[in-house]
Design a protein around this ligand. Structure first.
Ligand code: PLP
Length: 437
């Protein structure tokens, strides 16, 4: 498969280059030149296939030309070592629980896949004696850092730098990437998430730094992270089909950087029969305003209780815009939006628990509410429950009056000792730090 840049000014790239580089030379995002549809027969019997088998078939469409079949199958099967059940919350609303992986959030899927694919390609480079250590830079508002750090932990030939905004991620999130050690370094930036993202982007653009070290990104801009996220939309559809509820399916995605919903839109291009999509935002609702006005105006992010969605300039907007040939009308035909204040989010969490017994995390709550308000007659919706409520224990307990038990795999992180490198938001300081490594 050939990949082009959304900015159209960078050379075309192979999958290997797109994965290793992350961002194209012109700061654009890589897009596959074609999206292969899956055969009708696949959808005819999808309800009888396992998650791993479904995912392999989808992965084969994207990566089959570039990765040997057996290796790809192993990457997919190893990545998806946990289930993603669609749990019924009301008559017509399902929660697609993406939090059964090692760090209890959906980003485990993309991060684990990317770590394995990158390792596959590095092994290739090693054979050609062309190997430099690969340095993965990742900016995080919380969950990306933990998923990427854990996905790559101990992988030979790769060092991970996790940049996170000081004081703006929950203590439970923080310990998932600051206590690991080994090939993972946590960089604590005195700023907000957008500052972390800006540092990462500047690093990729800096010629001197790139001559010195091999840098790659594990943010959702990387094709190896965002494309695998399409797997679970197919699996959600399969589970609804098994229940005879797959005729008018609406997928609702709590969105921040828009990688997750973007992968759903790729799924649709591959033939996945999802009728329409809802992007649910917190107060950081730049995309919602774009839908309403046709004008995209990035702005500084504000802090909310759904902090993994606190993004003021979502990277993957460029991909959605490209996928729909810059047509506002075409985008609006497939996607609608919603935006909720912290009060609305917490109100929804309390109400859902009271009425259904289902405990939402603040991100999933945006998705649940958008379906509650937006589902039409005859439609069945699923929202992505993007993280386990225990990841936001303090917030959730305060709002819902619960005392959530922290799952054992989360508790294990909390025993470690925090180690981080303090950093200003000025690129010069970050660059000299990397140059001195
Ligand atoms: C990352 C994240 C989101 C937002 O996903 P995007 O792909 O950035 O839109 C939502 N919820 C949680 C819990 C997350 O970690």
């Amino acid at each position: 498969m050939i990949y082009y840049s959304t900015n159209g000014k960078a050379p075309l790239a192979t999958l290997q280059k797109a994965v290793v580089k992350g961002l194209a030379e012109d700061k654009g995002l890589y897009m596959p030149q074609s999206i292969n549809p899956l055969p009708q027969s696949f959808f005819g019997s999808i309800q009888d296939l396992s998650f791993q088998e479904i995912a392999y078939q989808v992965a084969d469409c994207f990566f089959g030309e570039d990765v040997e079949a057996e290796a790809l199958r192993k990457i997919v099967y190893d990545t998806l070592s946990f289930d993603v059940p669609a749990v019924r919350v009301t008559d017509n609303i399902f929660s697609l629980e993406l939090f059964h992986g090692p760090t209890l959030a959906f980003k485990d899927v993309g991060a684990r896949f990317m770590a394995r694919l990158l390792q596959y390609f590095i092994r290739d480079l090693k054979d050609s004696k062309d190997l430099k250590e690969v340095n993965v830079l990742v900016a995080t508002s919380g969950d990306t850092g933990s998923a990427v750090a854990n996905g790559f932990l101990g992988v030979e030939g790769i060092h991970v730098y996790v940049l996170y905004p000081k004081g703006k991620v929950s203590p439970i999130q923080e310990c998932q990437f600051t206590t690991l050690g080994q090939n993972v370094t946590a960089v604590e930036v005195d700023g907000v998430f957008d500052d972390c993202q800006a540092l990462v982007k500047s690093a990729f653009m800096d010629r001197e730094l790139n001559e010195r070290m091999q840098l790659t990104s594990a943010n959702s801009i990387n094709v190896a992270r965002f494309l695998p996220q399409s797997f679970y939309y197919f699996y959600a559809y399969a589970q609804l089909k098994k229940l005879g509820l797959a005729d008018n399916v609406v997928a609702c995605v709590p969105s921040g950087n828009f990688g997750n919903i973007c992968s759903a839109l790729f799924g649709k291009r591959m033939g996945l029969p999802i009728k329409r999509f809802i992007a649910a935002n917190n107060a950081n609702d730049v995309f919602f305003h774009y839908l309403l006005t046709g004008i995209y105006t990035p702005r500084a992010s504000v802090q909310t209780i759904a902090n993994a969605m606190d993004v003021g300039d979502p990277s993957n907007f460029a991909r959605i815009y490209d996928l729909y040939n810059s047509s506002h009308e075409a985008i609006c035909a497939d996607i609608s939006g919603a935006s909720y204040t912290d009060d609305q989010i917490s109100g929804t969490m309390r109400e859902c628990l009271k009425q259904t017994g289902y405990l939402l995390d603040p991100h999933g709550a945006c998705g649940y509410r958008a379906l509650q308000e937006g589902l039409r007659e005859g439609e069945v919706g699923f929202f992505l429950e993007t993280a386990h409520p225990a990841k936001f224990k303090q917030v959730v307990d305060d709002i819902c009056g619960t005392d959530i038990e922290i799952p054992a795999r989360l508790q294990a992180f909390m025993k470690g000792k925090k180690k981080s490198v303090p950093m200003g938001k000025d690129f010069g300081e970050f660059k000299s730090y990397l140059m001195s490594r």
